[in-house]
Write a new protein. Structure first.
Length: 341
């Protein structure tokens, strides 16, 4: 087993380099950048009319000035050389500096990470602790009113994107009924609360609608995966043999079929690690949640490439570590899996 995980860990390095090199190259060839964004912003404020452009609309900056700006933002080097420099800084945990806020990328991500980790953790635990029992009861009561009704709700939720559901929830429960806030992670009076209970209550009050949007997609997948695999195992010969030998049906399900049905669910366990980092870009945008997802969305829109690369690098590491954790979870659940020779 040790040799297997050592090989998997060694594969992380070339995979990480491939992912980040591809994204880094794309950012270099995408139209627009920090220099163009700065010029466009100055022109929008009216400064370009007097000092930055000629009457014909062409840029009044000299070639030397543009070259100095490109050198300042690190855009004067070839893509491969610039990527090598970025990778060298990453080895010492330096993600660079934002071209929009001129702050260290590490500090910007760390500041917003607790918000995304809160929603990611809540989504992770709620989806697993509800979808597994729900899938179990749906398989046991297959064809009942409970199974049919819950399946309709699950498939409707799965068919709708989370951000679309978010807009609908905000419109109904936030704007018209005013049951929940329109967005944000906490209220404006959060710092004025004297007790921790009131602060937790305020956070949870703001979290109800976003959590529904986070849950619907992953929750539906896990529930139906659990149900379908449990039904497949219930029709297997070893379950019929166990019941024929006198084992009660419920015990045969819990002791034999349930564990085998958890194998596909366990393979999805490690990939959920990404929820602790970014959650969903568009859901955080819709609800104006100042997390890593919103930071990444704004970085893409504003061509803030150091922030984009920092988030991509962390996500790539989490994804690969999550795949290894998935293998571990499968090995724990399925005794037939043996790593090594």
């Amino acid at each position: 087993m040790l040799s297997y995980f050592l090989r998997r860990m060694l594969l992380v390095i070339p995979t990480f380099i491939g992912i980040t090199l591809l994204i880094f190259t794309i950012t270099r060839f995408v139209p627009g950048g920090p220099v163009e964004r700065m010029l466009a912003s100055m022109q929008a404020r009216g400064d370009a009319a007097s000092s930055m452009t000629t009457p014909g609309g062409s840029s009044a900056l000299s070639e030397d000035q543009i070259a100095e700006l490109n050198a300042f933002y690190g855009l004067d080097k070839p893509a491969l050389e610039a990527y090598t420099d970025w990778l060298g800084k990453l080895v010492v945990l330096d993600l660079g500096e934002s071209t929009r806020y001129y702050e260290p990328v590490w500090d910007m991500i760390a500041e917003r990470l607790p918000v995304s980790a809160f929603y990611g953790g809540m989504t992770f635990f709620i989806s697993y602790f509800i979808s597994i029992p729900l899938g179990y009861f749906k398989a046991i009561r297959h064809g009942s009113v409970f199974d049919s009704g819950s399946s309709i709700l699950i498939f409707v939720g799965y068919a709708l994107p989370g951000y679309v559901v978010g807009v609908l929830l905000i419109t109904i429960f936030g704007y018209h009924l005013e049951w929940f806030p329109m967005g944000g992670f906490v209220g404006d009076d959060f710092d004025d609360y004297e007790s921790v209970y009131d602060q937790v209550k305020d956070i949870m009050w703001h979290a109800v609608l976003p959590l529904i949007c986070y849950l619907i997609g992953d929750f539906a997948t896990l529930t139906m995966t659990m149900k379908n695999n449990l039904m497949e195992n219930l029709s297997s010969d070893y379950i019929r043999t166990a019941i024929a030998k006198g084992l009660p049906f419920k015990q045969a399900v819990r002791k034999h079929a349930l564990r085998n049905s958890l194998i596909p669910v366990a393979s999805h366990f490690g990939n959920s690690l990404l929820f602790f980092m970014t959650g969903s870009f568009l859901i955080e945008v819709v609800f104006n949640i100042d997390g890593v997802g919103l930071l990444g969305y704004e970085a893409i829109m504003e061509r803030d490439y150091p922030v984009v690369m920092g988030i991509v690098a962390i996500n790539a590491v989490l994804l690969m570590v999550g795949n290894i954790l998935s293998d571990v979870c499968v090995a724990i659940v399925d005794p037939r899996v043996k790593f090594g020779a």
